[in-house]
Design a protein around this ligand. Structure first.
Ligand code: FE2
Length: 163
């Protein structure tokens, strides 16, 4: 712990929130695989590929979140039963249509971003810049992917509000 020079009590709270985020990411990852496999219809090719791109990205982030917890010198939660119990997300059916899949993922992104903000709040209280930097970049990534999914959900003649 000495190499961090951070307050152990404050860091414990960050690690707890990171473990919930790790649980969220596992449920989200498996949901993306579910949708990648089970999407059907005219949007199959686009979404099949997009969901794969998204779960590949989630896989990298899962490892980085777990290793950040270890860097803080805490144990990452590692079993699926614990992920399901801890996660803010719920599993999805395999038989929903493409529009519902995208809507579900957009909702999940909102939930995951909220959990990331909790992590950052705790990390900020501990002066833990390393965690803030890592998770802050994840928020921007998820927000960008959310924009793309939202744009996919729009009609071709819909427009964005003027700034
Ligand atoms: Fe595949």
């Amino acid at each position: 712990m000495n190499y961090l020079n951070l307050d152990k009590t404050k860091i414990t709270k960050t690690a707890q929130e990171l473990n919930i985020l790790l649980a969220d990411y596992h449920v989200y990852y498996q949901k993306l695989r579910n949708f990648h496999w089970n999407v059907v219809g005219k949007n199959f090719f686009d979404l099949h590929i997009k969901f794969e791109e998204m779960y590949d990205d989630a896989k990298l982030k899962i490892d980085e979140i777990a290793e950040r917890i270890l860097t803080l010198r805490f144990q990452p939660v590692s079993n699926f039963s614990d992920y399901l119990e801890k996660s803010n997300l719920k599993e999805s059916s395999s038989t929903i249509d493409d529009v519902q899949m995208v809507k579900t993922l957009l909702n999940d992104h909102g939930t995951i971003i909220q959990q990331m903000r909790k992590v950052i709040e705790k990390a900020d209280a501990a002066g833990d810049e390393g965690t803030i930097d890592l998770i802050g970049s994840y928020i921007a990534d998820l927000e960008k992917t959310s924009w793309m999914l939202d744009a996919w959900s729009m009609k071709t003649n819909d427009t964005h509000p003027t700034a």
